[in-house]
Ligand binder design. Structure first.
Ligand code: PLP
Length: 437
C-alpha cells in the first residue's frame, strides 16, 4: 500500500539524514530498506521480499526471527534486562555452559564480550599476559574486527588507516588458487605456507611472539578452506616455539561449516577460541573468548586487567541459550552439513561448469565463495563494476547477496532448505547468463 511505501521512503530519508554508515563514503549511499524477516527471507515495509543469501553479515545462522529465540529474549526481558558483570546470573551461566560443552574438554571458561572485535582484543591480551611477549602474527588475508589490536591484526585494506597498535606482524596463509608460494597442489601449498610461517617466526625472533591469530577458515577474505595438514602444522609450530594459538571462529563457528566449530574438521586444538555472530545469530550483540584451563589458571590469583559493562548481558545470554537449544533440537548444524554436501556443492559446481566467469568454487556447509574472473587462464579478477552489476541484478530478482572484492559469497542461514537453495541457484544462473560487460 501507499502507506507502507511511505514507511520505506521515511526509513531511507532518516537514514540519509542521520545515520553514519560503516566502511563507506557517506554520499551516494542507497541502502536497501529491511523492515522484517522470517527464516531465510527479509522484506521491506511495502512487502518486497528477498531471499537472504548473505545472512546479513554472515551471522544469522538460525535465520531471521526464530520463534524460540524470540521467546527466550522476551522471557528474559520480563525477568531482568541488565545486570553488572560482577554478579552471578543463571542465564549467563547457562549460556557459558552450553558454549564450553561444544569446545575441546580442556576449555571450561568463557569471557563474554559485545562482539567479535573485542573478543579478539581480549584473546590477544590474554596471550600477551600468558607468554609475557608482545608480537601477534596474523595473515594478510583476514578480518578480525574494528578495534585497536583487532583491526591491526586484520590483513585487508581496513588495517592501513588504523595502524596505531604496535606489535603486529603479518604473513601469508595458504590460498592455492592465487598461491604466494608457486604451489600447484594443496599438499605443496600447505607445506610451503608452513615453511614461510616458520621463517617469519624465526626472523621476528620466537621469544618475542605471543600469539598466532588465525581465522580457522578465513571468511571475508574469500572462504579460504585450509589445505590438508596446514592447521595441524601451525599448531605444531606454536608448540615448538611456545606461542599461543588463537583461532577466530567469529564467522566460521556455530554451524556455518556444518560443524559446531570449523576447527572440529581439522586435526587442531586452539588455546583460545573467539566467537560472536552465529552463537546467537546476532539477535542481541554478543561475543567472547573460550579459554583453555591453562591460560584461565594464570588469572586464579592474578587480576585479569579487562572488562566490559555489558560482558554477559542477560538479553544476549538468553539469545545464546535459545539459539543453541534450538540448533540442537532442530538439527540445524546437521542441516548446514547436508545442504552443503548435497545441494550447494553440486549446484555451485554445475554453475561453474556453465559460466566461465566463475574461476573457482570453495567452501563447505553454508559457507561458500565464487571467485569471479575476467579470464579463466590468467585468473584476472573481474572489476568492481561487474560485481556491482551482478549485485544489482540479483537484488532485482529478489536475492540478497554477499559480495566482497571479486567474489560472491554464498552464505545462507544454516536453516536454509533445499528448495530455497534451488531457487537461489536459478537466480545466480540467470544473472551469470546476462551480458555483464
Ligand atoms: N572476526 C571475524 C572472522 C569476522 O568475520 C568478524 C566480523 O565480520 C569479526 C571478527 C569482528 O566481529 P564484530 O564485527 O562482531 O566485532
Amino acid at each position: 500500500t501507499d502507506t507502507n511505501a511511505e514507511l520505506d521512503d521515511r526509513a531511507r530519508q532518516l537514514d540519509r539524514e542521520h545515520v553514519f554508515h560503516s566502511w563507506s563514503a557517506q554520499a551516494g549511499l542507497a541502502p536497501l530498506v529491511i523492515a522484517s524477516g522470517r527464516g531465510s527471507r527479509v522484506w521491506d515495509h511495502a512487502g518486497n521480499t528477498y531471499l537472504d543469501f548473505s545472512s546479513q553479515l554472515v551471522n544469522t545462522n538460525i535465520g531471521h526471527q526464530h520463534p524460540s529465540v524470540i521467546s527466550a529474549i522476551t522471557e528474559q526481558a520480563q525477568i531482568l534486562t541488565t545486570v553488572a558483570p560482577a554478579a552471578a546470573n543463571l542465564t549467563r551461566g547457562e549460556a557459558a555452559r552450553r558454549i564450553v560443552r561444544r569446545a575441546p574438554s580442556r576449555h571450561n571458561k568463557v569471557f563474554f564480550t559485545n562482539g567479535g572485535a573485542d573478543a579478539n582484543e581480549n584473546a590477544i591480551r590474554m596471550a600477551r599476559l600468558h607468554t609475557g611477549r608482545d608480537t601477534v602474527l596474523s595473515t594478510y588475508r583476514s578480518y578480525h574486527g574494528n578495534t585497536g589490536a583487532a583491526v591491526v591484526a586484520t590483513g585487508d585494506w581496513r588495517r592501513v588507516p588504523n595502524e596505531y597498535a604496535r606489535g603486529h606482524v603479518h604473513f601469508f596463509g595458504p590460498y592455492l588458487y592465487r598461491s604466494e608460494f608457486w604451489a600447484t597442489t594443496p599438499e605443496q601449498e600447505s607445506e610451503r605456507a608452513l615453511r614461510h610461517l616458520e621463517r617469519v617466526i624465526q626472523s621476528e625472533g620466537a621469544s618475542s611472539i605471543a600469539a598466532i591469530l588465525l581465522e580457522t577458515i578465513p571468511g571475508t577474505a574469500g572462504v579460504l578452506v585450509p589445505p590438508p595438514g596446514y592447521l595441524a602444522g601451525v599448531r605444531a609450530l606454536a608448540d615448538r616455539y611456545g606461542i599461543v594459538l588463537i583461532l577466530d571462529e567469529v564467522m566460521a563457528g556455530f554451524g556455518r561449516t556444518g560443524r559446531w566449530f570449523a576447527f572440529d574438521g581439522y586435526d587442531v586444538e586452539p588455546d583460545l577460541i573467539t566467537f560472536a555472530k552465529g552463537v546467537n545469530s546476532g539477535y542481541v550483540p554478543a561475543g567472547g573468548v573460550i579459554i583453555s584451563d591453562e591460560i584461565a589458571a594464570d588469572f586464579d590469583e592474578t587480576v585479569f586487567p579487562g572488562g566490559l559493562t555489558y560482558s554477559g548481558h542477560p538479553l544476549a545470554m538468553a539469545a545464546i541459550v535459545g539459539t543453541l537449544d534450538a540448533m540442537d533440537a532442530e538439527g540445524i548444524v546437521e542441516n548446514a552439513a547436508t545442504i552443503g554436501r548435497d545441494h550447494l556443492a553440486p549446484g555451485l559446481a554445475a554453475l561453474a561448469e556453465k559460466h566461465s566467469i566463475i574461476g573457482e568454487v570453495r567452501g563447505e556447509g553454508v559457507f561458500w565463495a565464487l571467485e569471479l574472473v575476467a579470464d579463466r587462464d590468467s585468473r584476472e579478477p573481474v572489476s568492481g563494476a561487474v560485481v556491482g552489476r551482478l549485485k544489482k541484478e540479483l537484488l532485482a530478482r529478489g536475492l540478497l547477496p554477499f559480495t566482497a572484492d571479486n567474489r560472491i559469497h554464498v552464505v545462507p542461514p544454516a536453516i536454509v532448505t533445499a528448495d530455497e537453495v534451488a531457487e537461489a541457484l536459478t537466480t545466480y544462473d540467470e544473472v551469470f547468463s546476462l551480458d555483464l560487460s
